[in-house]
Structure formats: structure tokens, C-alpha cells
Design a protein around this ligand. Structure first.
Ligand code: AMP
Length: 176
């Protein structure tokens, strides 16, 4: 689905953080009460019958709608964070980004085999960061794992979906 209000409110910042990147600035969706409502309501409708017990938000833009959605779904929120931010025992993965490399961590007691997990981030570009988070989550052997992004970039030949195993349940609210 492509929500016109979300598309209209999304700011594009050329050459950020480096030359050549067209940065999709979701802060303009977060600051709009109407857009926040659309995003959380649409996601709630999509996932309300899936039995989600944990929403995993990817640092940091994945925390915003991830937390609101976890509340609406009656689920817990788990944070996938940059190295050194989580205080207890963690496991981590390093991955390639559209620009540079990065590492993410999750607490080793964040998820159990009884959980149904929804991974959430603001944007799918190459898929590298979500793939790392997906692998971290799959190591816990949860009952089922879903993936959602607000925005899916398909411009310039990007096909982030291709990095996930066939049959992975991936949804997005806007495709650009
Ligand atoms: P990727 O791992 O390549 O799919 O990149 C997705 C992550 O990087 C998300 O957390 C985004 O916030 C960020 N990101 C990558 N490319 C962009 C872009 N063009 N505009 C906004 N955020 C981006």
C-alpha cells in the first residue's frame, strides 16, 4: 500500500549523510500527529491477529513507531542497539550499510522460544541492518518472526527484500 498522506509528509534530504544519498527523513512523519496515527493504526490492523508478543525496534528510528505499536498490540518492546549501549550480556552482528558498515546488539535474554516477534525499522535500503537483526532474533528460535518497515526503497536498483530467505513475511507502508 502507498499512503498518500505519508508520502506527502516525508522529507527528502539530498546528499545526507554523504554525497549521493537521498535521505528519507522520517522525523517529518514522527512530528505529524496525523502521520503517527496513520502509521500506528495501519500497522495495528496488519498485525493485531498475528499473536505478536515482542516488537523489536532497530536503533534508533525503529524505536519510535515500534514502541507505540507494541503498546497497541499489547506486546513488549525489545531494542536492537548500537554497540556498547545495552548494559547486560549481549550478542552482536556486523553488517554492510548503504553507506559504510555497522554493528548491532541485542540482550541475550530479550526473546524466548515462546515469543512471536515483529521486527520493525523505519526504512529498507540494502536490507543489511534488518538482516543482521533478523539473524540475531532467529538465533532465539522464536515461534514466528515478521518484519516491517515504514519505507521500502526500490529506487536505483535497491532490492533489500532479496537478502531475506524466501517466504519471509515482510511488509512496508510506503514504496519509493
Ligand atoms: P539498510 O541496512 O541498507 O537497509 O539501511 C537501513 C537503515 O539505514 C535504516 O535504519 C535507515 O534508517 C538507514 N538508511 C539507509 N539508507 C537510508 C536513506 N536513503 N534514507 C534514510 N535512512 C536510510
Amino acid at each position: 500500500m502507498n499512503n498518500e498522506t505519508l508520502l506527502k509528509n516525508l522529507r527528502n534530504v539530498p546528499d545526507f549523510p554523504i554525497k549521493g544519498i537521498q535521505f528519507k527523513d522520517v522525523s517529518t512523519l514522527f512530528k505529524s500527529a496525523e502521520c503517527m496515527k496513520i502509521m500506528v493504526d495501519e500497522l495495528y490492523e496488519m498485525y493485531k491477529d498475528k499473536g505478536i508478543t515482542k516488537v523489536v525496534g532497530i536503533e534508533s528510528r525503529g524505536f519510535v513507531v515500534g514502541a507505540a505499536l507494541a503498546y497497541r498490540l499489547g506486546a513488549g518492546l525489545v531494542m536492537c542497539r548500537k554497540p556498547g549501549k545495552l548494559p547486560a550480556e549481549t550478542k552482536q552482528k556486523t553488517y554492510m550499510k548503504e553507506y559504510g558498515t555497522d554493528t548491532i546488539e541485542i540482550h541475550t535474554d530479550a526473546i524466548t522460544e515462546d515469543d512471536v516477534v515483529l521486527l520493525h525499522d523505519d526504512l529498507l535500503a540494502t536490507g543489511g541492518s534488518m538482516q543482521a537483526a533478523y539473524e540475531l532474533v532467529k538465533d532465539f528460535n522464536p515461534k514466528k518472526t515478521f518484519i516491517n518497515f515504514i519505507i521500502e526503497l526500490t529506487i536505483e536498483g535497491l532490492n533489500g527484500r532479496a537478502v531475506f530467505p524466501e517466504g519471509t513475511d515482510i511488509t512496508t507502508l510506503i514504496r519509493i
